[in-house]
Design a protein around this ligand. Structure first.
Ligand SMILES: N[C@@H](CCC(=O)N[C@@H](CS)C(=O)NCC(=O)O)C(=O)O
Length: 343
């Protein structure tokens, strides 16, 4: 009897806590909850701060050492793009960074409370929540409070919150300060090819995994998952002949694809039901993913704990109890074989 008496209240308390936090199985104010189309398909909203940092300052935002600051999530594939560029271009001393906590609370949004060793406080604005940074830039802001954010410490505003644009700035506009200024991931002779690849990789693969995970009808999910794997088949075919997506040159298109691939078996396969195959079952894509992971500096930007805990714990509409799956163990450090395809 004593056992029953002491254990039962604990169970009841835990049960109540879950049911009040996770009411209706909805994810409250986070943007993915508001982006559902008429047949249950997920539709990503566009971003709102779209200014540009330029080397000459003609845009009003001149590239300068120490002037700009990134707010990122280690979980987020879009933010990860910028962290990889920052490493590869040698911009660590030029662009400062703060990292949000992995848990995205549906009521407060991203927090900067430094709840675990891989996250940080806000060292620039002293914000506890990312939304405060958005409101500082625009008190009337009424869109979603997404990572990543490129902040200008001089004019106290958000320059841009769209990763596709920020990586182009990092690639070319900060070369005066970059320790690896020679690296050009958007070279002029490959631009149309890179754009063409981005045009189908983004909606079908980068965003395609989210369309599977956030689908709210069987029809929407079926369409999204088959479409995703058709495009992964296409990537596998390209990578069976070429070392990289655009041939023998590593480019922006590869970085953009990689940040989805590196999360694939860790979370998308199970949590987003992208499970027709595991990434490991695509021999060329798997080797290619390991090759990019092993490029100097890239592994430093991949924080597996944040990736897994963020997805499994934050998306309560699809994983109501926030239980983090134990597996699979994915080892990206095993030597890759991509050297046999040249260069
Ligand atoms: N297109 C944006 C997407 C940014 C985005 O959707 N970020 C997610 C995290 S992966 C976010 O912050 N979501 C918060 C929310 O939906 O409220 C980019 O590439 O920068």
């Amino acid at each position: 009897m004593r056992f029953v008496f002491t254990c039962k209240p604990t169970f009841v308390t835990q049960y109540r806590r879950f049911s009040s936090n996770m009411a209706n199985n909805s994810d409250g104010n986070v943007s993915w909850n508001k982006q559902i189309g008429t047949t249950g398909e997920y539709k990503r909203a566009s971003r709102t701060f779209r200014n540009k940092v330029t080397a000459d300052g003609s845009s009003g935002f001149k590239a300068e050492k120490g002037r700009y600051h990134l707010y990122v999530s280690h979980a987020c594939p879009w933010a990860n793009r910028t962290m990889i560029y920052r490493k590869l271009k040698g911009l660590e001393e030029v662009i400062s960074v703060n990292v949000v906590d992995y848990f995205l609370d549906s009521k407060t949004g991203w927090s900067l409370l430094n709840k675990d060793p891989a996250s940080t406080l806000d060292t620039v604005n002293g914000a506890k929540y990312l939304k405060e940074v958005y409101f500082k830039a625009d008190p009337n802001y009424d869109n979603s409070f997404t990572v990543l954010v490129l902040w200008d410490k001089q004019t106290n505003t958000i320059v841009n919150n769209e990763s596709a644009e920020i990586i182009r700035m990092f690639n070319s506009e900060f070369n005066e300060f970059a320790t690896n200024k020679e690296l050009d991931l958007y070279p002029s002779h490959l631009r149309s090819k890179i754009d063409e690849i981005n045009d189908w990789v983004y909606p079908n693969i980068n965003d395609g995994v989210y369309k599977c995970g956030f689908a709210r009808s069987q029809e929407a999910y079926d369409h999204a998952v088959h479409n995703l794997f058709e495009h992964l088949d296409k990537v596998e075919d390209i990578l069976s002949k070429n070392r990289y997506l655009c041939g023998d040159t590593f480019t922006e298109a590869d970085v953009r694809l990689f940040t989805t691939l590196v999360r694939f078996d860790l979370v998308y396969n199970t949590h987003f039901k992208c499970n027709i195959k595991k990434l490991k079952e695509y021999p060329n894509i798997w080797e290619y993913t390991k090759e990019i992971y092993q490029m100097k500096g890239v592994a430093d930007t991949i924080v597996v704990e944040h990736i897994k805990k963020h997805y499994y714990m934050s998306h309560t509409s699809i994983n109501p109890f926030g239980i983090v799956a134990a597996g699979p163990i994915v080892d990206y450090t095993v030597p890759h074989n991509r050297g046999q395809l040249g260069k």
